[in-house]
Design a protein around this ligand. Structure first.
Ligand SMILES: Nc1ncnc2c1ncn2[C@@H]1O[C@H](COP(=O)(O)OP(=O)(O)O)[C@@H](O)[C@H]1O
Ligand SMILES: [Mg+2]
Length: 427
């Protein structure tokens, strides 16, 4: 007697700007994955749709169960739609715009300092230029306390970084070596609100971790390289302990803020007794997942996006769009804990939030075929066509040949490493 199988359909929405690379890979992978059967025997089928921007009635129900957003950080109509579907329709969002608007870089610095992380010394200075508001002149004359910019900078120490309080894409970031540069940068900041932040000088390594749900990839990053060379393929550039600390910091940031698709930049600097991990930039809504920047790590990112989307929708994981800092601050306020112990406690809370173990079990039992499906796709002609299209639409014609070869090489390396890994797992 065959069991009656219940079937349920889920729509995943992609909110996109200019990119076509990762959405195509994501759509193909979901299609090839086919239905996923959960532990109760329900078969989950998936449709992926690109969300269009149009008038929406605030009471109209969306068709999506989950939306991955790479647009709302600059386009506010869809951002407001995301808020509506989060508040009214329980749509699962990666990420919730509530926390990203309320908790930009500045608030993220505050919260992680409060948790005891080694965020460099940071000061927020008032606007350089008057704001375009009729009340400004009167208010400023009355309440803007005179301040000595040089004294603020000297207290932090040179070199330092001046950067916008809300950050993003290196806009308005400058490294300041002396008084003259300080004044020039502040004069140019105009109506941007700026932090002055101590520079982490002479760091050993820039580790950038990309987290997607319960998974985190820590990558060696070089901000001085052009886009195609910023991430290097390097698996052992951190000791296991430091690697774990970097993963923990990324997960803690994300669990604290309920960010499920985010990148976290940390600078690792050694000293006589070991090394310190300094988080410097970790509020990155809509993180970059382009083939041309992630290259070798692109297949990992696509698999993680697919698996996390399926896990959340198939298990009915509730969306939690708001921050609940209380339990985190309780740990922060315990003075019997060392930095390491505190971090371990946060890590447990973060893994609880992300249901890391349950996710692992779900992937092992319900998504066992995803690795082989993905490898076949990344080795095949459809993906190669996407790679060539992406390169030719990203680079000028005289660089096409060079960069097609460059990215093909890196993706072939991933495929060969993955083939070895899968064979070892089944051996
Ligand atoms: N405190 C710091 N110490 C050393 N380097 C820094 C510091 N802050 C920023 N930088 C450098 O400047 C770059 C841009 O700053 P970041 O805070 O990441 O801004 P954005 O949000 O625009 O990416 C970083 O990737 C890093 O290379
Ligand atoms: Mg950054």
């Amino acid at each position: 007697m065959s069991e009656a199988v219940t079937e349920t359909r889920h729509a995943i929405g992609l909110l996109l700007g200019t990119e076509n690379d990762w959405p195509t890979a994501f759509e193909t992978l979901v299609r090839r994955l086919g239905p996923v059967t959960d532990g109760a025997g329900t078969s989950h089928r998936y449709d992926v749709e690109r969300v269009t921007i149009e008038p929406f009635d605030l009471r109209q129900h969306p068709s999506y169960d989950l939306v991955i957003d790479r647009l709302a950080y600059w386009y506010y109509h869809p951002r407001e739609w995301l808020k509506k579907v989060a508040l009214m329709d329980g749509v699962y969002l990666m990420n919730s715009p509530f926390t990203f608007q309320a908790m930009e870089k500045h608030a993220a610095y505050c919260a992680m300092m409060r948790l005891g992380l080694k965020v460099p010394e940071t000061v927020l200075v008032p606007y350089k230029n008057p704001l375009d508001n009729a009340k400004y002149a009167f208010t400023a004359a009355r309440y803007n306390a005179p301040f000595d910019l040089d004294a603020v900078a000297e207290k932090i120490g040179y070199p330092l970084f001046m950067k916008p309080y809300d950050g993003g894409a290196w806009r308005g970031v400058s490294r300041i070596r002396d008084k003259a540069e300080l004044h020039r940068a502040y004069d140019e900041s105009g109506e941007m609100l700026m932090h002055l932040q101590a520079s982490v000088e002479g760091y050993d390594v820039f580790a950038r971790s990309l987290s997607i749900g319960a998974e985190t990839m820590v990558m060696k990053f070089d901000p001085d390289q052009p886009m195609h060379g910023r991430y290097s393929v390097n698996h052992d550039f951190l000791s296991p302990e430091v690697g774990d600390e970097v993963v923990t910091i990324g997960r803690v940031v994300n669990a604290f803020f309920r960010w499920e698709f985010n990148s976290c930049e940390t600078l690792v600097k050694s000293h006589q007794g070991g090394s310190d991990v300094h988080p410097i930039d970790y509020a990155n809504a809509c993180p970059d997942v382009a083939i041309t920047s992630l290259h070798y790590y692109f297949p990992w990112a696509m698999k993680a996006l697919v698996k996390w989307s399926v896990f959340c929708t198939a298990t009915g994981r509730p969306a939690t769009p708001h921050v609940a800092p209380g339990p985190w601050f309780d740990v922060a306020d315990r003075d019997d804990l060392s930095y390491e112990e505190r971090l371990a406690a946060y890590r447990t809370m973060a893994d609880d939030y992300f249901e890391t173990d349950r996710y692992g079990d779900f992937c092992a039992s319900r998504l066992a075929h995803v690795d082989e499906t993905a490898l076949t796709y990344f080795e095949g002609a459809d993906f190669d066509r996407l790679l060539v299209d992406t390169v030719t639409s990203t680079f000028p014609p005289h660089e096409h040949e060079q960069f097609v070869a460059h990215y093909r090489g890196l993706l072939a390396l991933w495929c060969s490493d993955e083939r070895t890994r899968l064979s070892a797992a089944t051996a």
